[in-house]
Design a binder for this molecule. Sequence first.
Ligand code: SAM
Length: 292
Amino acid sequence: MPTPIAASTTESPAVALQPPGLYIVATPIGNLGDLSPRAAATLASVALIAAEDTRVTSRLLHHIGARTPMIAYHDHNADAVRPGLVARMTREAIALVSDAGTPLISDPGYKLVRDARAAGVEVFTIPGPCAAVAALTLSGLPSDRFLFAGFLPVKAGAKASAIAELAGLRASLVFYESAGRTAATLSALAEGLGDRPAAVAREITKKFEETVDGTLASLAERYAETPPRGEVVIVVAPPAAAEAPDADTLDEALAAALLHMSLSAAASEVAAALKLPRKAVYARALELRDPD
Ligand code: SAM
């Protein structure tokens, strides 16, 4: 990030102006103390802040004593607002923030960055809190390789298919979920992935923060009995090594089985032989049989 140009403005004489460009600014996911000094300085010194919800961001600006102008930038107006914002970035500094955490991570912003880059605008990041990474670090599960899967579909069928796609992946899996759907999602994960170790991180950095670990089925039972409150991230362990043959081994076993048995029987036999969840094997068998 370039050094801010020292200048005075009529609103905030002490604040240095930022060079033109797009500034992606991460904000706290609960505890305001997590706003970095650099994030605060950037928000106070850009010409404009594109905010997911200007009411939420105005509370943050109040906290740092800044009165930077804002414009709403969210899923419903992004296409209309984006071209004008990108044009302004060529001559002014514009920050992008979401309601909480890192913009673009299950939040608006990716197309703004894409178009800014395409227009030759300089893009800077002021990194900071992200619930997915915070939950992974709290979970006690392997962190060397992980996949951020965002929110799963709400409808049961689409949810099961999305989970089946992830079943063979040798990586921890990180999901965002609403509190009310946590138990059902844990249950669907147990069914689609097998009863793996997992953790539910709730209200991270807030007063009632807690991380509970267990197996997917035990966590599903716990949260069905006592639904969680607040914001939730689910982290799931990778499959145990013995349960995760590589993709070629699975495909070869399925291809051989499909030569002499039905799709359903092939899925059952291969799932049992390779110790994989039948649902995931069935989904892969379908893909092999009907590639389009
Ligand atoms: N961009 C944000 C980030 O960087 O984490 C995520 C925004 S996404 C719309 C909101 C989801 O993030 C929530 O439903 C929850 O799954 C997760 N989340 C956000 N803040 C959280 C917190 N303090 N504790 C637990 N989960 C949180």
